[in-house]
Each structure stands twice: as C-alpha cells, then as structure tokens.
Design a protein around this ligand. Structure first.
Ligand SMILES: [Zn+2]
Length: 229
C-alpha cells in the first residue's frame, strides 16, 4: 500500500503527488520544485500545497522533456506566475518546438481521461495550452542551484533515459533525484526497469539507497492497450 501524500521524505524534502506522479519541493523554504508532471498532477499539487499551507515554489526544475514531465508547467505557471522554469539546453530546444509541444498536450489530454483524475475536473479554471513551453533559464550538469535556506542542488547530466535528462543531488538531505533514469516505481519498494535483459527483473531498493527518488509510477494503458509514456 502506498504512503499518504504529501509526506516529509527528509528535513528539507517534501513529496507531493499521487500513485502515478510525484512532485518534490526541496529546500528549507521549499523554493525548488523538482518534476512538473502533467496538467492533472499539477492541479493536484496546487490543491495539496494549499491544504498544507506551504509557500509556492520559486523555481520549477525540468528533469527531461517528455510530456509527463513538462505538461504541468503552464498550469503551475498559472498559479505561480513568478516561478522560474529551469531546464537543460537540450530540453529547452525540445520545448521550443511547437509540433512536439502540440503532441505532448495531446498525450496530456488523454492521460486526464485515463486517470479519471477528479482534481482536474474539480478545478474549473482553464489550463493554458501554449504552442511552446518557455524555459526561463538553461542549466547543465555540474551547475549548482543555491537554495534560500542554505545548501545547494547539484545538477548532473543524466542522458540515459532521454538525451536532455538531468539528475539532481541534494547533499543536505542526501537525496538523489533521478527522474526516470532507473525506471518506473511500481510500489513503495519496487522499481520497474526501463531497460531489459534476457532475465528481466525489477529493482528492489535496499536501505542504502532508499533516498533515490524516481518520478512516476507505471503508466496506465490507453483504450488500445498501448502503454503511454
Ligand atoms: Zn521520460
């Protein structure tokens, strides 16, 4: 059974989201949001944040430019217009391509229906559907984001899952954010791999790496049974 969300993963790391998507707030003042999800999960995040009485994030960090990691950005910006969007140069290029972004939002629309997400229906506000998703600042592996309350988030180039991928190491809490680099979390203690060998297996994180945080849980299949990703 999954844990109730949101919960405090470590002193300065809070996990928001649901069984399908995770959003993280990092820093003593929770200034950096890691993972931007889809429109439905962004709406859910906003309601969780409001209920928890916490501050809005100042920065939204894109871990890689796949639809399920970026389509929540316009909805997040609707609620947090001053939040700055950070992404790798390669991700920024993808998000500046109207054809790709239109395809992303097609998938985003579909996943709302597939998830049957009540939060998306409850919010009557119109979610923006921009032709491009604006990145305010590009960031790369080796750079550090300084957090308001002290400590830094060290960025690491992580191109294995997507060429534009980033990972982030939060030394203060000793949490490594890996996005989809290891696979998809299918329960509290199992990660389904994104690569396969003849003896395909699932990962069972030991206590030594319990603070490696993947992003999302397995994707639902659409009506044709095709896995959506
Ligand atoms: Zn991905």
């Amino acid at each position: 059974m999954s844990r109730l969300l949101p919960y405090q993963l470590a002193d300065n790391t809070t996990v928001f989201g649901n069984d399908h998507f995770r959003h993280y707030l990092v820093g003593e003042y929770q200034d950096v949001m890691i993972e931007c999800g889809v429109t439905a999960s962004a709406k859910h995040f906003v309601s969780q944040l409001t209920d928890s009485g916490r501050h809005a994030p100042d920065k939204l960090l894109v871990m890689h430019a796949h639809f399920d990691h970026v389509c929540g950005i316009p909805e997040l910006k609707r609620h947090f217009p001053d939040a700055e969007v950070l992404a790798s140069p390669a991700a920024a290029k993808v998000l500046d391509n109207p054809k790709v972004v239109a395809g992303f939002f097609d998938q985003d629309d579909q996943i709302v229906g597939d998830l049957g997400h009540d939060d998306a229906k409850a919010d009557t506000g119109q979610s923006p559907r921009p032709k491009r998703i604006t990145v305010d600042q590009t960031v790369s592996g080796g750079e550090r984001i300084t957090l308001k309350g002290g400590g830094t988030l060290e960025l690491i180039d992580a191109p294995g899952h997507s060429p534009c991928g980033l990972a982030a190491w939060f030394e203060k809490d000793r949490v490594l954010f890996v996005s989809d680099a290891l696979g998809f979390q299918i329960s509290d203690d199992t990660i389904f791999p994104i690569f396969f060998t003849l003896t395909s297996h699932t990962w069972r994180p030991s206590n030594d790496w319990q603070n490696i945080q993947p992003t999302s849980w397995p994707f639902p299949t659409n009506a044709s049974g095709r896995e959506m990703r």
